[in-house]
Write a protein that binds this ligand. Structure first.
Ligand SMILES: NC(=O)c1ccc[n+]([C@@H]2O[C@H](COP(=O)([O-])OP(=O)(O)OC[C@H]3O[C@@H](n4cnc5c(N)ncnc54)[C@H](OP(=O)(O)O)[C@@H]3O)[C@@H](O)[C@H]2O)c1
Length: 165
C-alpha cells in the first residue's frame, strides 16, 4: 500500500492488486458489502481450505486470487466510505474508524492496481517488466490530481472493470 500526502491536503492510497477469480467475485460484488463482510468471507475461505472443501463451496484454488479479490473489494468500500465522510454524511450510527475520518478530511483517493508481470522476488525474477516499469501505474495513481477517479482498479495506466474480467 502506498499513501502520498500532498501540501494541498490531498493524497492517494494505492493497493497493488491483481484481477481475481470469477466465483470469488460473485460473492463480493454486492454494493452493500462492508469491510466486516470481507473479513467474514476471507475467514470462511481459510476455514474451508483447512477442511479441504473450499472447491465444493465455490472458492477457487488460489489464496492469491482470493486475497486480491478482497483487496479490490475493500478498495471500493474504502473509497465509498471516504467519499461519504468527505461530504459530511452520517454513517447511520456505524462506528467510523479513525483512519477513515482522517482520509476523508484529507480528500484521499483510494485505488488498486496491477503492476503487470514484473521481475521481482515474487515472480522468481521471471517477469517481463522491470520493477521500475511496474511502478509506472502506482506512481501515476500517486500523482492523480484532486477530483480524479477513486475506488477503481487500474492496470497499464488505465481503469479496468475487474468485475467483468
Ligand atoms: N511481480 C509481479 O509480477 C506482480 C504481478 C501482479 C501483482 N503483483 C503485486 O504487487 C505487489 C508487490 O509485488 P512484488 O513483485 O514487488 O513482490 P516482492 O518483490 O516479493 O516484494 C514484496 C514486498 O512485500 C513485503 N512484504 C511481504 N510480506 C510482508 C508483510 N507481511 N508485511 C510487510 N511487508 C511485507 C516484502 O518485504 P521484504 O523484502 O522485507 O520481505 C517486499 O518488500 C504484491 O501485492 C503482488 O501481489 C506483482
Amino acid at each position: 500500500m502506498l499513501m502520498r500526502q500532498r501540501s494541498t491536503h490531498e493524497g492517494s492510497i494505492i493497493f497493488k492488486s491483481h484481477v481475481s477469480m470469477p466465483c470469488v467475485r460473485s460473492k463480493i460484488l454486492s454494493p452493500q458489502l462492508k469491510k466486516e463482510d470481507i473479513i467474514q468471507l476471507t475467514e470462511s475461505f481459510v476455514e474451508h481450505v483447512q477442511k479441504g472443501d473450499h472447491s465444493v463451496h465455490g472458492w477457487p484454488n488460489t489464496c492469491y486470487g482470493v486475497s486480491k479479490s478482497a483487496v479490490n473489494a475493500y478498495t471500493r468500500i474504502l473509497a465509498r466510505e471516504v467519499k461519504e465522510e468527505g461530504k459530511g454524511t452520517e454513517k447511520g450510527g456505524q462506528e467510523v474508524l479513525w483512519e477513515e475520518e482522517e482520509l476523508a478530511e484529507r480528500r484521499i483517493l483510494v485505488n488498486s492496481c496491477c503492476p503487470g508481470y514484473c521481475a521481482t522476488d515474487m515472480s522468481s525474477w521471471g517477469g517481463t517488466k522491470t520493477a521500475a516499469q511496474g511502478a509506472e501505474t502506482p506512481v501515476k495513481l500517486a500523482l492523480l490530481p484532486d477530483g480524479s477517479p477513486t475506488g477503481e482498479y487500474w492496470t497499464e495506466g488505465h481503469i479496468v472493470d475487474w468485475t467483468k474480467t
